[in-house]
Design a protein around this ligand. Structure first.
Ligand SMILES: Cc1ncc(C[n+]2csc(CCOP(=O)(O)OP(=O)(O)O)c2C)c(N)n1
Length: 272
């Protein structure tokens, strides 16, 4: 674990390169833009904060990461691959039937994945269950749950938001990747969730906000969240869908899209 900002910024680039590479070499239409929007936070978590071991992916005292917005799977696969959980060779199998890397994370098929996800709205409730068990059996592990801002339209999210502060699961840290888009358009047009931070605060959470692409802010807020006692923390992260690849930024056509050779070359040169 290394919290040096320059190092983490570099690792975020490594994560983004992995996303673009697997979306290209697999030849499949995957979800690059949702993965790129949370790359900085995922890099900060895995290289700077989380206790995980590629040689022992299921070790009991590990920290857990739940990609509740499971369609962003390439970001998780990229970081896990770079950490040595599986070889890069697997990139070719992204979204292939029977392949090692399914379009959405599958537990325990892919080493390092802590929960099967893809059906939106389930990660926070399951993360809450994990956090409750870990805390009240005396373990030090933290549970991090990454949600999309479209995903929080799901009612199941709010059941977990409601009960988590009551259970005082201060080892549970939710992150809302607020990129203002979902699959079919802007979250504001489809089902607005104004005052995201206020909503969570009203349910009794410890609430933080950050620019989800500023590594200083991300590390600072994660530091506060991981040391906070008595309540679960949510970090509302303000992000850009497709961040890091110019032609994907702000263009929701890249929610799910295949990457051509030409697009791959441009993206990799921008991420060099
Ligand atoms: C229960 C459920 N309903 C619908 C979908 C289809 N779906 C996949 S991604 C997506 C939009 C998610 O938007 P958001 O959470 O904002 O994530 P983003 O891709 O913008 O980061 C939807 C509706 C799903 N996966 N699960």
């Amino acid at each position: 674990m290394n919290k040096d900002i320059t190092y983490l910024e570099q690792q975020a680039k490594v994560v983004r390169r992995g996303i673009v590479e697997m979306c290209y070499v697999s030849g499949k239409s995957a979800h690059p833009a949702p993965a790129l929007s949370c790359s900085d936070i995922v890099a900060a978590l895995y290289y700077g904060f989380m206790n995980v071991d590629p040689k022992n992916p299921l070790k009991e005292d590990r920290d857990r990461f739940i990609l509740s917005k499971g369609h962003a799977a390439p970001v998780l696969y990229s970081v896990l691959c770079d950490l040595g959980f599986f070889p890069k060779e697997n990139y070719k199998t992204l979204r292939h039937v029977g392949g090692n890397l399914q379009g959405h994370p599958v537990y325990p098929k892919t080493p390092g994945v802590d929960m099967t996800s893809g059906s939106l709205g389930n990660g926070l409730g399951i993360g809450l269950g994990m956090a409750y068990y870990l805390k009240y059996s005396g373990k030090k592990s933290k549970v991090f749950v990454m949600l999309g801002d479209g995903e929080v339209n799901e009612g199941t999210v709010w059941e977990a938001v409601n009960i988590a502060p009551v259970l005082k699961v201060d080892n549970l840290i939710a992150i809302v990747d607020q990129n203002h888009f979902q699959s079919c358009g802007s979250t504001e047009d489809i089902c607005p969730m104004q005052n995201m931070a206020e909503r969570w605060r009203a349910f009794g959470w410890h609430v933080l906000e950050c620019n989800g692409h500023d590594m200083h802010e991300i590390v600072n807020k994660l530091e506060i969240a991981t040391n906070y006692h008595g309540l679960p923390t949510v970090i509302v992260a303000h992000t850009i869908k497709g961040k890091g690849v110019s032609f994907m930024e702000h263009d929701n056509a890249w929610h799910q899209h295949a990457v051509s050779k030409e697009q791959y070359d441009i993206a990799m040169s921008e991420l060099a």
